[in-house]
Write a protein that binds this ligand. Sequence first.
Ligand code: TGC
Ligand code: FAD
Length: 396
Amino acid sequence: MATEAPPARTPLRPEDFLDLDSRLDDEERLIRDTVRAFVADRVTPEAGEWFEAGHLPMELATELGKLGMLGMHLEGYGCAGASATAYGLACMELEAGDSGVRSLVSVQGSLAMYAIHSFGSEEQKQEWLPRMAAGEAIGCFGLTEPDSGSDPGSMRTRARRDGEDWILHGQKMWITNGSVAEVAVVWAGTDDGVRGFLVPRGTKGFTTQDIEHKLSLRASVTSELLLDDVRLPADAALPDVSSLRGPLSCLNEARYGIVWGAAGAGRACFEAALDYSRERRQFDQPIASFQLVQGKLAKMALEVNRASLVALHLGRLKDEGRLRPEHVSMGKLGNVDGALEIARSARQVLGANGVTLEYPVMRHMNNLESVVTYEGTADIHALVIGGALTGIQAFR
Ligand code: TGC
Ligand code: FAD
């Protein structure tokens, strides 16, 4: 009996070992490939220089706006109205370039625009969202304060009524895009609970100060916002929320983007290590031939694929309207921790070259040290999961 030759197999792709690509539809693949091409052309070649200079060229905002990346998953007002999965894929590609670029997109779309879109009046939406979607107006999101980070409920920034007006007083710290923003979404305590205020740049009493000497997210502007009895008209307040639920709802959106973005940063580190290991020779052979190096590569590949699978699953849940904040916490905790492990392992594979900006690995590693802290630290997300598992809140 003639034996049939087994069908020829296509090689497994290292970065997509589990063939998750086959689970995307044509539109999702097109969006992913478009953003990947943009990053290859516009971000990857320069990200090291931006990091070294501590600079992000703000013309990127209008370029990202033209691509439909800003407020990409929001409907109307010039936003692209894409699916959550498509938005996630875009975040993954952007963060494979640099976390600072993904941060720009997250803060603009998922924090500042989402706050206005969800809780703003029709006039506020008309005034700000189309320009923000185009990247012509940058927004920032002021929640954290010098003495209020993981516990935003302890914020001291206050807004009080003076006739019809509001008087806003306080300080916000670590605010991405603070000094380049046309509009700051500032959260403040009021007699009726926590409310959001739209504070345009140049408003009397509102100043910003950039935070310098960061060793992480250097290609991103981070600022302090100083609000010294800033007088705002009645219609500066977001009308539709007066509780911490407002800012925390925005955080769900941005954290979701980070679930994907971290997988992208991890993938970039893994690919750099894999390429390097094939080219670098020691003991007369490529270092990729050593079992200990292959062990590291296998673990990195596993983590990249695991993180991508989690991100895709959360994306599908979100598109079905079934994603819960606790799911996002699990995704953010696992994927950022995983990306950090990949980055540290990849850096070792690169040997001494791994500590330079010639390769993207240590830049990603340093960036991820901010990503693990912002949008809820790893501890906070562990406690959210712990609370869901046990029914016992352990924050306090
Ligand atoms: P708690 O008493 O549990 O709740 C207060 C109100 O909020 C509601 N809520 C949520 N709503 C939507 N989504 C969530 N995930 C929510 N979690 C709680 C809750 O139902 C309640 O509503 P209401 O209407 O009854 O008043 O709040 P808590 O004070 O105990 O805090 C809970 C905790 C610790 C989880 C929360 O405060 C937290 O997440 N802390 C971390 C703070 C954080 O992540 N800050 C991030 C700042 S922004 C940033 O980092 C941007 S980085 C930008 C970039 O990408 O560059
Ligand atoms: P803390 O809350 O003081 O925490 C310090 C340590 O204590 C952490 O390890 C934490 O996990 C731990 N801890 C705290 N509470 C508990 C607890 N209950 N149980 C166990 N451990 C606990 N904020 C904004 O509002 N807008 C922005 O745009 C923004 N951008 C940022 C950009 C960068 C580059 C960085 C680094 C931060 C940014 N942040 C922003 C701030 C960020 O959200 C906060 O740094 C973060 O929420 C943690 O607050 P904290 O730094 O005050 O740390």
